[in-house]
Design a binder for this molecule. Structure first.
Ligand code: ZN
Length: 620
């Protein structure tokens, strides 16, 4: 859905050349012919799943009208890159027009294809790695009753031809049905992708699927569920009707559903989710859904979050994310908006849909977020733009001795901006208006930077928010909650209390280990320099050698070591860093956390009370 700007510019530049060519018309068309001959490849794929061998699936890529030499690559997902190039096997090529075709690997994700005449068939197999249990919902799997494939994990594409459309034929066992956001064609097993971006953002879930459909404003939405063979029965009517209510509330925020259709792909025995422009893969274990209550609510929470991403991340996207590339994009400073506001709406849409989350009120939800925020000193020392950049940096020490997620501060900034907008417009506008404005401005190729969000807020509230963005987005100032809560007749009460479990103080275990993919050594990460471990002189990135004299070989060993520590124990940790080895002895203590309460301000004006009531109801 978001073709690369680079490609678009190249195409515009190429198509404008004839306008300046001082040539008679017949030369003009000849020059077009020669210029564009074989420059736009015609591509089609076959994905074949053979139930007699579920160790992987076969991919066939047919190319016509290509240049004699092209580069093929596997796309890099900007966040969840599972590096499936590692599982490409048995790569070979046949030339259709005779001659010798060959394909050679240039680097891990790029192959050079030479096929004189531009016609060839490239064949390879994707070996499906054995997944842990439970399995991440977005990673391909194959089983006798169904599987997930396609999407970002399967296709090679022609580098520089990211706007080339393609057909995909899906060959699966006869008893399987197919769910995908790829467009259907006259042939029930052949689908169409309008660009490489659509191709790699449209995974295929196939198998013995449960299947439901509903439409919202005439736009079809499909829910499929792949059950494990021993699935626990659950209330599918409540499940599907909850999803439909979430869809209606999300569409109401933006005014319309911007897709021809949308597919929810739920998988039993899996967790997590990955959003795409026209579909989402989500883990939803049947044994949990069968328990209803909080488990059903949490499935709705994840669904609402991922579905909101179809707008807020897929369409309204940070400037660093620009379509398909086989190289990693620049780390994004804007994920606080993409993730945080999707968290905000995950909560709000469920309330508007009458699907009460575990938290009973917006006040309780907000005070829990504030408590977590104030309990982690990273917030207030590192800007959310830096935390955003660290979110997918693949190194837990990307922000040094701090560890922080982007969802929490992003959701809180969204909540504070909502108060600002409601106050400045006397309740006529809210964060909903900001989302619509962002969609109008950034639904095409253009991505946003924080200055763009600032401008959009300014235009929505007709108020001054430069200081807000300087302090809380680009700067690292801790959010002054009281200042914003006051606008809606609320106030904050904060107390510090020893972290406890069942009334018993718990030890400060806010340190863990991690490994780099390239290296089997263990490295440390700590939550902040103010933890017991940080104050003892340990740093994120220290190489862990031993704990209490025992060499530490795995994350599991270190986790077990940390878990058995009790207040009063002495822990001796040996590390190596560039300045040499260091041994640190620490007497384990408890630690304080912050408990926040958000309460009505008794001195609130009538206007503030009105804004508070509207906010509590979740009014648009
Ligand atoms: Zn997300």
């Amino acid at each position: 859905m978001v073709p690369s700007i680079r490609t678009t510019l190249v195409m515009l530049a190429a198509s404008s050349i004839p306008l300046f060519a001082q040539q008679p018309f017949h030369h003009f068309s000849e020059s077009i012919e020669s210029r564009f001959a074989r420059s736009d490849p015609i591509v089609s794929y076959v994905i074949r799943v053979d139930s007699s061998d579920l160790s992987g699936f076969d991919v066939e890529m047919r190319l016509r009208n290509a240049r004699d030499t092209v580069l093929l690559a596997m796309a890099h997902h900007p966040e969840y890159d599972d590096r499936f190039f590692r599982f490409v096997e048995n790569m070979r090529v046949d030339a259709s027009r005779g001659g010798n075709a060959n394909i050679t690997r240039v680097d891990s994700v790029v192959w050079r294809l030479v096929a004189p005449g531009g016609e060839s068939v490239v064949r390879y197999r994707i070996r499906v790695p054995v997944s842990p249990s439970p399995r991440p919902a977005w990673v391909p799997f194959l089983s006798p009753t169904g599987g997930l494939f396609g999407g970002p994990h399967s296709f090679l594409y022609v580098v520089g031809k990211e706007l080339a459309p393609a057909h995909v034929r899906v060959e699966v066992p006869a008893s399987w049905s197919v769910a995908t956001a790829l467009r259907p064609t006259a042939d029930s097993h052949t689908f169409f992708a309008a660009s490489v971006h659509v191709l790699v953002e449209s995974p295929v879930l196939a198998g013995r699927l449960r299947d439901w459909r509903f439409s919202v404003d005439g736009v079809p939405h499909r829910v499929v569920y792949w059950p494990l063979p021993n699935a626990t029965p659950f209330d599918t009517a409540a499940f599907v009707s909850g999803i439909e209510r979430i869809v209606r509330q999300a569409v109401a925020v933006f005014g319309r559903a911007p897709w021809p259709d949308y597919t929810f792909m739920f998988e039993d025995g899996a967790y997590g989710g990955l959003e795409h422009p026209g579909s989402v893969t989500l883990g939803a274990p049947s044994e949990r859904l069968a328990q209803g209550g909080a488990w059903m609510a949490s499935a709705f929470g994840e669904t609402a979050h991922e579905f909101f991403h179809a707008w807020n991340l897929m369409r309204i996207h940070p400037v660093e994310y620009q379509g398909v590339d086989h190289r990693a994009p620049a780390l994004s400073r804007g994920l606080w908006f993409s993730e945080g506001l999707s968290m905000y709406y995950s909560d709000l849409l469920r309330r508007r849909a009458g699907l009460s989350p575990v938290d009973s009120t917006r006040l309780v939800h907000l005070e829990r977020l504030v408590s977590r925020y104030l309990s982690n000193s990273a917030y207030g020392h590192v800007s959310v733009e830096e935390i955003s950049r660290a979110a997918y940096a693949n190194r837990p020490d990307a922000i040094g001795d701090f560890s922080a997620g982007v969802h929490l501060p992003g959701e809180l900034l969204g909540a504070m901006l909502d108060f600002v907008i409601r106050d400045a417009t006397n309740g006529r506008r809210s964060l909903d208006d900001l989302m619509r404005t962002m969609l109008e401005r950034f639904s095409g190729d253009r991505g946003f930077a924080s200055t763009d969000v600032e401008r959009a807020v300014h235009d929505v509230c007709a108020c001054e928010v430069h200081a807000f963005f300087e302090q809380y987005v680009r700067g690292a100032a801790p959010i002054d909650f009281d200042k914003f809560l006051r606008l809606a007749g609320l106030q904050l009460e904060v107390r510090r209390t020893p972290a406890a479990n069942n009334g018993q103080p718990v030890a400060d275990l806010r340190m863990w280990s991690w490994v780099q993919p390239s290296d089997s050594a263990l490295y440390l990460a700590i939550e902040s320099p103010l933890t017991l471990w940080g104050r003892a002189g340990l740093h994120a990135g220290d190489r862990l050698l031993a704990a209490n004299g025992a060499p530490m070989a795995s994350q599991e060993e270190f986790r077990n070591f940390m878990r058995q520590l009790r207040i009063g124990d002495t822990a001796r940790v040996e590390v190596a860093r560039s300045s040499g080895k260091k041994s640190v002895a620490v007497v384990v203590t408890g630690y304080d956390q912050v408990v926040a309460r958000v309460v009505p301000n008794p001195a609130a004006t009538e206007r503030q009370q009105r804004l508070r009531a509207a906010w509590l109801r979740g009014d648009p």
